[in-house]
Design a binder for this molecule. Structure first.
Ligand SMILES: [Zn+2]
Length: 306
């Protein structure tokens, strides 16, 4: 795979469940950002989590994106086929084995300046004899040695975001690549230079940008769009009623209605107006931050026009 000189944006769903309104809206924003900046728009299926990923779900996700009119360039990338690239990247990093359980990490005493979710460094300096002992108890994850780095990224809408880079996991203890590693390796492999995604991932961006530089890549530009939330301020979830295209179709809300509602949430259409992805593209202003989207409560948060 050769990075494309035009640059690229991407959307990368995890196929654990069907895309809900918030996921679809983020996809629309990512597509608009790519299409209004002359970038390719790439799709990647983040199916590293073998226990939760399902091919049929991934196929429905791709069909949903196509139904909204979000066309893409090049072939869809599947993370499950990328193990060799992750192994090669791991070999170039300074890593160490970590045997901690979640509980041990939660209970560890941290230095005062460390963030509450930062790895406390428990396994950073184990002797070979200690590692041999602990390998008998449980398989090791691999963590990258970050030496307490701080890293700053510039988000297109949030501005500068500085985060502590702890010794985060780059290979899970089941042997698969960790999310942060896979994202960075895959984005670099296909020339993704603009990452548009949900605001829940903003805090991951300093770690990922730092890792990209460790691997010899230029970190992409980031833009974190507001999430879809319920009226009481929770992140929208599948349990919030009819929130997927399939569920909404059953209650009489078709795909065009959904796109219209997303457009309204982005101030790109008036309620009830018929729009296409192309309409949105012609109206979209990349300088305007897509804020949170408060959707209604109960079944069918998106109302039909009728
Ligand atoms: Zn550990």
């Amino acid at each position: 795979m050769v990075p494309h000189p035009r640059g690229a944006g991407r959307y990368a769903p995890s196929p654990s469940s069907d895309l809900h309104l918030g996921n679809l809206r983020t996809a629309v924003v990512a597509w608009l950002m790519a299409r209004t900046s002359g970038r390719d728009f790439l799709l990647r299926i983040d199916d590293l989590d073998v226990e939760r990923s399902r091919v049929d779900v991934a196929e429905r996700q791709l069909a949903d994106l196509a139904a909204l009119g979000l066309d893409h360039d090049r072939e869809v990338m599947w993370q499950s086929e990328r193990a060799d690239a992750y192994t090669a990247a791991l070999a170039s990093l300074d890593t160490y084995e970590c045997f901690c359980t979640r509980r041990e990490i939660a209970d560890a005493v941290r230095a005062p300046h460390q963030q509450p979710d930062a790895y406390p460094g428990t396994c950073a300096d184990l002797t070979e004899a200690e590692r041999a002992e602990r390998r008998r108890e449980r398989p090791a994850a691999l963590r990258v040695r970050a030496h307490g780095a701080q890293h700053t990224v510039t988000d297109l809408w949030a501005g500068e975001v500085t985060g502590c880079v702890d010794d985060f996991v780059v290979r899970r203890n089941d042997g698969t690549a960790a999310y942060n590693l896979a994202v960075v390796v895959d984005d670099a492999a296909v020339g993704v230079d603009q990452v548009i995604r949900g605001a829940d991932l903003l805090n991951s961006s300093p770690r990922q940008a730092w890792l990209a530089e460790q691997l010899g890549h230029r970190a992409p530009t980031y833009g974190h769009a507001g999430l879809a939330v319920t009226a009481d301020g929770r992140r929208l979830a599948k349990r919030d009623g009819a929130v997927t295209l399939a569920d909404l179709a059953e209650v009489g809300v078709d795909t065009a209605d959904v796109l219209g509602q997303v457009a309204v949430s982005l101030d790109l259409a008036t309620p009830g107006e018929a729009v296409t992805a192309e309409t949105l593209r012609s109206r979209f202003d990349p300088a305007v931050r897509p804020g949170p989207w408060i959707v209604g409560e109960g079944a069918g948060p998106v109302r039909g026009r009728r």
